[in-house]
Ligand binder design. Structure first.
Ligand code: ADP
Length: 212
């Protein structure tokens, strides 16, 4: 839990600990004319959120971290595995026409292209497919491997990667999605999809204070 806004009592506790810490829970309770039991949930919240730290037999002390510092720390811990979506892959030999159908049917903006061994070989974006559709080519006969962005020029991520690092990659490379991959002896297996929509989910969770 990371309450962006603390309630009055929590603010008060924080001030008492700031001024008097290290201080025991009982001592704080006395100063507020409350029982230790009444105070317990607030102390738990303040400790879990990182505003306070508790040492056995010493008491509570103020960590000195501001709300925004704590928020930044939490954001920097968010990992791809908590936000990734299911990947949609197509074989490198399917036609551009079939890829367009897959994109509509699966309702995604990026397709990952794999070879016979199910290893990542390319990426197809909406604009790649639109571009291919502009010419007078026969879309049912051109395989996607002709028009895709191919390895080794593909930006990928791993499920242990930090969301913040992937967000930087999406912005720097000006792309909408990256495949979440797993390294094998033969190459990269596609295990997930991380898109700008997943990034937006982080923002929504943050706004709703649901991520902690
Ligand atoms: P769109 O082209 O629909 O705007 P993107 O911005 O994601 O979508 O793609 C821009 C270009 O970058 C396309 O040519 C696409 O093949 C390529 N691309 C998309 N994702 C990746 C990626 N993860 N790694 C490398 N290239 C990518």
């Amino acid at each position: 839990m990371l309450p962006i806004e603390l309630n009055k009592r929590q603010e008060l506790i924080l001030q008492i600990v700031k001024d008097n810490g290290p201080i025991t829970g009982e001592n704080i309770a006395d100063r507020l004319n409350l029982t230790r039991a009444t105070l317990r949930p607030d102390l738990a919240i303040l400790t879990m959120a990182g505003y306070l730290d508790a040492r056995p037999r010493v008491g509570y002390f103020y960590t000195g971290k501001t709300g925004s510092q704590l928020l930044t720390e939490k954001i920097k811990k968010l990992q791809v595995k908590d936000y990734q979506s299911i990947p949609v892959v197509v074989d490198e030999n399917v036609s551009v026409y079939d890829a367009i159908c897959t994109m509509f049917l699966e309702d995604v903006g990026t397709l990952f292209v794999v070879n016979k061994e199910a290893l990542l070989v390319g990426v197809l974006s909406r604009k790649d497919l639109l571009r291919a559709s502009l010419g007078k080519q026969e879309l049912t006969t051109i395989p996607v491997n002709i028009i895709m962005t191919r390895m080794p020029n593909i930006t990928v991520c791993k499920k242990e990667d930090l969301m913040i690092d992937v967000a930087v990659r999406l912005i720097e490379k000006q792309i909408d999605a990256v495949p979440v991959t797993k390294e094998t002896d033969k190459g990269l297996e596609v295990v997930g999809r991380l898109t700008k929509t997943n990034m937006t989910k982080v923002l929504v969770d943050l706004g709703h204070d649901e991520m902690f």
